[in-house]
Design a protein around this ligand. Sequence first.
Ligand code: ADP
Ligand code: MG
Length: 253
Amino acid sequence: MENIIELSNLRKVYRIGNEKVVALDNISLDIKKGEFCCLLGTSGSGKSTLLNMMAGLEKPTKGSIRIKGQAVEKMSEKKLAKFRQEHLGFVFQSYNLLPMLNAVENVSMPLTFKGISKSVRDKKSRAMLKAVGLATHEKHKPSQMSGGQQQRVGIARAFVAIPEIVFADEPTGNLDSKTTSEVMTLITRLARENNQTLVIVTHDLGIAKYADRIVHIFDGNIEKIEIINNSGEVSNEEVGSVLHDSDAVPAGV
Ligand code: ADP
Ligand code: MG
């Protein structure tokens, strides 16, 4: 299968005055189209930095990020903004909905950048709200919804334009365990239906179990990678071999 995200020797060092923080040390990772990849690690291990870098929200100190074969770290702000609108969707831990807008208007946001007429935007957004089980909440503002409902609006917004890649940073971090499993089932279903690539950051092993692969992040490095097969069995992947599988000799040759 084709790699949609290719990270090579990524390093990110933050400087605050004379202090240096190595948020990412040296990360190389390929993610395949349609894969559900989970970045798992404790707080401060570098997960958000890694996700933000993949999403083009931060520049690496060293290394390269290729999405769909294009070097993201080399793009101008303008090109990057367009690239994000065309190919990427985001789900945030704190939902990041616009408080003055109702559910349909929030979900429509990614479509407004695409020059789609209001009537079509509304239609798509309503269909998406229905898909996340919120058909009865179209006119509700964020403050009139529970955390789980707000996150479902956030998910509808991330998926409405059917981006090829959806990034989510601790999407269930503010939700109770029942709502967490509902939200995870929903995200997984939506992504699978459209063969979208999903990259989720979490510190919760329970969430990681929904993924095809768990990439364990520790102190800014990949500690190990686990592959979860269809029957839910977990096996270890040797980091060195997966990272360069394009160099590998195909089986049977
Ligand atoms: P995680 O998401 O796994 O909790 P982060 O990627 O947010 O971890 O942070 C990794 C490390 O980088 C932490 O030590 C954090 O304090 C540091 N860090 C993250 N963002 C910044 C920033 N903007 N400026 C300085 N240090 C940062
Ligand atoms: Mg984080």
